[in-house]
Write a protein that binds this ligand. Sequence first.
Ligand code: IPE
Ligand code: IPE
Ligand code: MG
Length: 244
Amino acid sequence: MSHSANNQNIPRHVAVIMDGNGRWAKKRLMPRVMGHKRGLDTLEEMCRICSNAGVEYLTVFAFSTENWRRPEDEVSFLMGLFLTALEKKVAKMHANGLRVKVIGDRSHFSPAIQKGIVAAEELTKNNPGLTLTVAADYGGKWDIIQAANALIAEGKTQITESDLSTKLMLAEAPEPDLFIRTGGETRISNFMLWQMAYAEFYFTDVLWPDFNETEIYRAFESFTQRERRFGRTSEQLPIEQQRP
Ligand code: IPE
Ligand code: IPE
Ligand code: MG
């Protein structure tokens, strides 16, 4: 099925909680980790679709600070998959002109993963295309704390919103316009807390490995219907933003 962005308001920055991998696999009587493997294919596909649609930033939650609590074998599979993605998928993304970034606390990752992250960011940093940011060992609370600590290290005793914003991960990107969570849960699970202040939320029961072009265009369609008032009244908005 082909889609066109005509008459659709395409968000500049899309943030996604890629949830439902485990349940996708379980439904097929497969080990949970097979869902993660398929989930990586979905991510590649979403990069392509979002690039084509004109999205500038795609930020995905791959591993939360809380996900270390999972069984050891699942965590180690996810780490293996992360390394494979860095070694095998990044070259393709580079060829497609994407910029790849990783946000989160890198210190708990293996030296090989840490090296892979630096190499991926370095290789793709001057690319003109979509910026894919992967949040790994990331937590929204962690992000705010690391920003506050960076300000303290500079000797600040009083801070403003803009001081804090500039120290957050993703400081150089606009805040997310559209937040999508697949997998049926309607919670934020400690993803970007500060940056989500005015994001439009979209929840779907579709499990991440099943998420596809049709489904993301449903999210864009829903986004198009929203009136983003940022505290103002409808009447105050520019005429082109008002709905009939
Ligand atoms: C999301 O899928 C991927 C990660 C958290 C790494 P889940 O693994 O949470 O899948 P469900 O929610 O158990 O189905
Ligand atoms: C959130 O999913 C984190 C990622 C998708 C990486 P979880 O499946 O871990 O979230 P909870 O624990 O159900 O809220
Ligand atoms: Mg889950």
